[in-house]
Design a protein around this ligand. Sequence first.
Ligand code: 5AD
Ligand code: SF4
Length: 442
Amino acid sequence: MRKTFNITTFGCQMNEHDSEIMAGMLIEEGYEQVDNRKDADIAIINTCSIRDNADKRFFGTLGQLKRRKKENPEFTVCVCGCMMQQQHVIDTIKAKYPWVDVIFGTHNIHKLPELLADVIARKGKQIDVWPEGGEIVEGLPCERLYKSKALVNIMFGCNNFCTYCIVPYTRGRERSRRPEEIVAEVKNLVADGVREIMLLGQNVNSYKGEKKDSDEICDFAELIYMLNEIEGLERIRFMTSHPKDLSDRLIQAFVDCDKLCKNIHLPVQAGSSRILKAMNRHYDREKYLKLVERLKAAVPGITMSTDIIVGFPGETEEDFEETLDLIRQVEYDSAFTFLYSIRKGTPAEKMENQIPEEVKHQRFDRLVELVNSISAKKNAAYVGRIEKVLVEGASKTNSRTYTGRTDGFKLVNFKGTPDMVGKIVDVKITEGKTFSLEGEVL
Ligand code: 5AD
Ligand code: SF4
């Protein structure tokens, strides 16, 4: 009988895509993917270490698997992802969670089938974590979450060392894929029914792909122009884009490339120049606001989202007010808001003036209220508009309600039929809510 596996994924799209690749490799090896962890012979947990709550959820999940292992010693537990790149996590697992069979990291997901086969062949626990990324492994299979849209890595790692962030330690230094490899992958995806791609990198603006058979370097804007030529591809998105490296060439690409969606995720993190400096972001409030102005002027109607951290060490009430003020000026369509979370080994861990929890929470609530009120106002303005929506599928709670995204990345709910999935349909917007739009297919 075929062994079954289930992957639990925490964290960002990078992790989501790593999980898609792991699923692709295991299916190719003859394993079968199941939706529920309870039904699986093999549980894989892909972890995130961006904030403390992700760590806690992981250990909670691991705790739940103890009984399964006791009842059935053949049950296999694999853990991977960002948390495994930290020695203190591995030490904790070894000491307190002995039922884990396989540990590997972010740099060697391609080794999963081998490590798993060794455990199944009773060769004992397998721990294989690489401190750094080796050569980029191309051509790995992938089991996509959606038929019509795909995640595409263009680069790995991060060189920016924002002082609060663990990613440079867990994902290593920046490495870019060759442009030809990316183009070939996207062509294959399109042949397989993909209409929309999301290009992934911790900072896509510093993409530097070495071209084959030449010494030339392809930058991010050039990559977009290349991908825009691919026949059958309808939409290109990307994430994430560091404001310090956003080039005029990329702004021009929004104007020239019809497939590039008019939407950008542009994490600001804080609205106070003093805090931005302490965060090592390499831009100040004015520079960020000017960049937003340039984007809005060049790309009318562009939608914007951002990431904001509250309670970074030393953040005063005035600093926080500057964040609120910046949000009012930019008027983001949506924003991901985070309570600052101390990460072991980062420069901010050692900073004085850590902000008390109750102050953080109080600021967080004010921030969310402002962000949501702007989102609701922006969404309300869509009523009556006709939007092109790429249909993703039926809603989990109501099989007649379908969901999809507009070019500007707005989530739309509407009454639909199964044949619409994967197609771009015209939807008339009838209602704007805080986090989504309601509409009717024309
Ligand atoms: N605490 C809170 N938020 C964080 N982020 C990254 N590190 C931390 C941290 N230590 C947020 C940033 C980043 C997003 C992915 O997560 O806003 O853009
Ligand atoms: Fe973290 Fe900054 Fe790199 Fe983003 S750019 S992954 S916030 S260090």
